[in-house]
Design a protein around this ligand. Structure first.
Ligand SMILES: [Zn+2]
Length: 325
């Protein structure tokens, strides 16, 4: 078996961030349309997806925070009171769908229906902490998937790799003292949200299980590949994860309006292949969850390269980044 699943629910388009906001519904449409246009979608197993319940969200978030999100969406507030996250009427439903896609993909991978899976979701998740949404994020999709894998599938050790240009402060905070999760992040520094210094390495029993690789603006292939090879690989071999989750942010790609890294599509393809080979204990089980990426054409072509690698294929010649119709 070597199939790649895609978890997508059109409901995620309904999270309306208003005119001019970079985290907009067109992001997922651009990726989906491009995967269809290039024919790659036909190679993927389109997974049945569900909405995350309160109990699912509570795997990671406090009940008072979940209630706060419900209340503030109902009150038609424009922003979440906990941080810089625009909300609208359908935001709760969209955020439940985003987390639900990550849950459904995790179920599909761990039940061996598919080898690995990509979740085409928004709002993103990696800035959301257990009691605080921020940075366009309501619920921490990848963290919820990690906990779900542990609680419902008895997976013991989960590796989370975050290559978004921003530091995944929420994911780090959630697992900072947790020896069952290895969190690895490459990100631009100084940059939003200001966390992710190399000295932040985990605490208690989890000392050494948070690995931050901050790099200055202008960094790209050389820095990130080296970090993967020299920092992630030895730690992952020692940790022996049974499941790999990717916080797949493509704002670390060249020409992104919210980041200044220079990764190219082929680099994302290569990083993906490295992760497929990284942990024999994970047996190629990868669930990749979309985070950032705000240049629509760049996001679409980078996702195409990433998913092509998940399928175990070499990325082909880049196709035109705009559908003909
Ligand atoms: Zn980002």
């Amino acid at each position: 078996m070597h199939t790649t699943g895609i978890a997508f629910d059109p409901i995620v388009r309904r999270h309306d961030t208003g005119p001019g906001h970079p985290e907009r519904p067109a992001r997922v449409s651009a990726v989906f349309d491009y995967l269809r246009y290039t024919g790659l979608l036909d190679s993927l197993d389109q997974l049945d997806v569900r909405q995350a319940s309160d109990d699912d969200l509570a795997l990671v978030h406090t009940r008072p925070y979940i209630e706060l999100v419900k209340r503030e969406v109902e009150q038609r507030r424009e922003q979440l009171s906990t941080g810089d996250t625009v909300i609208s009427e359908a935001s709760l439903e969209s955020a439940r769908a985003a987390a639900g896609c990550a849950l459904s993909a995790t179920d599909a991978v761990l039940s061996r229906r598919v080898q690995n899976a990509f979740c085409l979701v928004r709002p993103p998740g990696h800035h959301a902490e257990s009691r605080r949404g921020m940075g366009f994020c309501l619920f921490n999709n990848v963290a919820i998937a990690a906990r779900h894998a542990q609680r419902r599938h008895r997976v013991e050790r989960v590796l989370i790799v975050d290559w978004d240009v921003h530091h995944g402060n929420g994911t780090q905070a959630i697992f900072y003292r947790d020896p069952s999760v290895l969190f690895f992040s490459t990100h631009q520094s100084p940059w939003y949200p200001g966390t992710g210094a190399a000295e932040e390495t985990g605490a208690g029993d989890a000392q050494g299980l948070t690995i931050n690789c901050p790099f200055p603006a202008g960094s790209g292939r050389a820095e990130i590949m080296t970090a993967f090879r020299d920092r992630l690989f030895p730690a992952a071999v020692k940790f022996a994860p049974e499941l790999v989750l990717i916080s797949a942010g493509f704002d670390s790609r060249i020409d992104d309006p919210l980041g200044q890294f220079t990764l190219e599509d082929r680099d994302f393809a290569e990083l993906t292949t490295m992760l497929l080979e990284l942990a024999p204990t994970a047996q190629g089980r990868i669930v990749s969850v979309l985070e950032g990426g705000y240049n629509l054409q760049g996001l679409a072509s980078a996702c195409h390269a990433h998913v092509t690698s998940l399928l175990g294929e070499m990325p082909n010649t880049p196709k035109p980044a705009t559908p003909a119709n």
